[in-house]
Design a protein. Sequence first.
Length: 334
Amino acid sequence: MRLRHSGSDIHENAVGRHARPYAVIMAAAAFTTAPLLTEAIISPAMAQTTVQKAATSAYNPKIDPFAQNDRLAAISSGLTGNSIEKIVGLFNALRVGGTAGVKTVKSDGRPPRTASEALARGGDCTDFSYMVISILKEQGIQGGAMVVHFNSARKDLDHMIAYAEVDNGDQIIIDLQAQKLGKTGKGEYNVLTKYTYDQAAAMYHCEYGDYLRDKGRTKEAMAAYERSLEIYPEDAYVHQNLGVLCEKAGEMERAAGHFKRAAALDSTGSRTKDVTRGTYNEELQAGQTDYNGSDWCGCVQHFQNALESGEKLTKQEHGTIEQYRDACSAKCEK
């Protein structure tokens, strides 16, 4: 599953604070006429030296989430009968509580799992979709996957479910967390996106990008999002998140391209970037420039814009920018 962000909170939540490529703001209690330290906050060079958490494993863009190990291959080869009978056998084996012993494991704080990993260690709806697709592809059964939002789920949480297409043209939903084949485990839903089997692999790399982003592994996260877009370039969510990471790395032109593409792909308009105000980094840079030029009133406006940009700030960072703003405001009013 993945978190979907919309509206005014898109910039705030698209990248968690652990992925920020700048150092923690130094305290502003000793505010003087010395240059502000915003360059240390936003510099791409500083971003490259930011200590990131040690990786437990390196991201591999060549991973095939549908690749089968011996156990998954054995389950597939054991299916007999026509297409519908094979689908029934697949569901009975792989559903949570079925004969293969598959279990649900929340996705919080871990990378996505391939089909074989989910069979061995459990997974969530998306991981289970890789298992289903792996076997459907092996059996030559047509189908795909769909990203859905369940009416009962929180508004920013989406799920992926695989489905098969049978000879009469009907689609059979294969939700391994459901009690019955053709049903879902969470009730009614709205379809957001449909994938072919091959396109569904993009979700694996997208979710890996989310994981790496949240761990502060920004370069790898960007590589994962780029791989996702190579497979399925029409995902507004991925364009938006990659745009934010490019922006934080100081690649403003590249970021603007992804923001523009995200807005074009998103018919709801929730990915549209506010062009009336600069980004967090841009506003801090403008504030620094105005400060160096003793334009105290302009400095106030830019620091205020930075606070209102939607950037997710720690309490200390928010307070520091407020102190800069207030100090400039005192000079502006003189």
